[in-house]
Unconditional design. Sequence first.
Length: 145
Amino acid sequence: MAADPLDALRLALMQDVLPVGMAVVERARRAGPQGVVEVFTAGGDPLAQLRQEGEPAARSVRENLDRFQPGLGNPVIKVSVHDVPAQAPPSAATASGSPSGGPNPGGTTQATGPERAALQATLARIDARLRLLEQRLEPVAGEQP
């Protein structure tokens, strides 16, 4: 909840009271006072029913308020973002490239088995394409660069 009492009140009004009020106004517009009284005499939970009926209109009002001033209709939630250093899985420490089996300063692990074969095939294909590109870019003998 909001730390500021006025923000807490505004949030409660926007989230709880506005949908009910919008539903009451819509019922009064459509069916008059009988439509408003009907929801309270029908049984069940009238406030929950009104809140559900008025939510689409209230959402529209809140979105319009946010277009006017961000955070006015829907609350602005403060978030804290920070980097978390990547940690290698416990089994990767023994498979790291260092001879002692200790931590790998580069933060990489060696691929094993099928991963290694796929990696080597991909690297070979990249190498072949780079060589072909270099051949095409080399100036033909006698041509000025």
